[in-house]
Design a protein around this ligand. Structure first.
Ligand code: 5RP
Length: 222
């Protein structure tokens, strides 16, 4: 199976996983990226079974609206029953690196507001130690130099993601060469740097479930 076929399979599996949760007033949180896009296409086949969605990016909101699925402002909903999103890496504890698509801040906000976070990924994303994938950090533009120097002190090699402006009007540093042995501690340390908006470690609020597409079928990790 190709990586695209694995992503398709896990998008379908996510739809089957959340279907029992759907009621007329259910709000579904929707992530960002190529796997999340395939999930949106699956969700569209079931519109009418739930109220609507909250999207973690302008791109996902646009795709949802094209399918005729309602997209609500987060501040106008009381709760999100389930959040479905991809990841760039996951370890066995379902601590994630996210933000390859630069949507990490809104993703982290939607994840924080959701009763359950279902991560969907193909098997290439499961790793023993996080950090082969460069860790995205969203920053206030004027703080770029300061944040970069602080990230070097933490052992990383930050690289400015040229030409990228997030949905929040900010910039991204991708931090290379981190061997992330304590994801919760590193997430807290980076959050403590003045000028950082969000970092792409989802460890304090990890995924609750990882649906992993493998050549042998879908595996469910909790
Ligand atoms: C976007 C993300 C995505 O979930 C992550 O980059 C995975 O993307 P894909 O499903 O395209 O591999 O965090 O900010």
């Amino acid at each position: 199976m190709t990586q695209d076929e694995l992503k398709q399979a896990v998008a379908k599996a996510a739809m089957a996983y959340i279907q029992p949760m759907l009621e007329a007033d259910t709000i579904v949180g929707v992530g960002t990226g190529s796997t999340a896009n395939l999930f949106i296409d699956e969700l569209a086949k079931h519109k009418g079974l739930f109220d609507g969605t909250v999207a973690s990016s302008e791109a996902s909101a646009e795709r949802l609206k094209k399918h005729g699925i309602p997209v609500y402002d987060l501040n106008s909903v009381d709760s999100i029953r389930v959040y479905v999103d991809g990841a760039d890496e996951s370890n066995d504890n379902l601590h994630l690196i996210k933000g390859g698509g630069a949507a990490l801040t809104r993703e982290k906000i939607v994840a924080a507001c959701s009763d359950e976070f279902v991560c969907i990924a193909d098997e290439s994303k499961l790793v023993k130690v996080l950090g082969d994938f460069p860790l995205p950090v969203e920053i206030i533009p004027m703080a770029r130099g300061h944040v970069a120097r602080e990230l070097v002190k933490l052992g990383g090699d930050p690289v400015y993601r040229e030409g990228v402006v997030t949905d929040n009007g900010n910039h991204i540093l991708d931090v290379y060469n981190l061997e992330i042995l304590d994801p919760i501690a590193l997430e807290k340390s980076i959050d403590g740097i003045v000028g950082v908006v969000t970092n792409g470690l989802f460890a304090k609020r990890s995924a609750d479930v990882l649906l992993l597409a493998t050549k042998e079928g879908i595996k469910t990790l909790k």
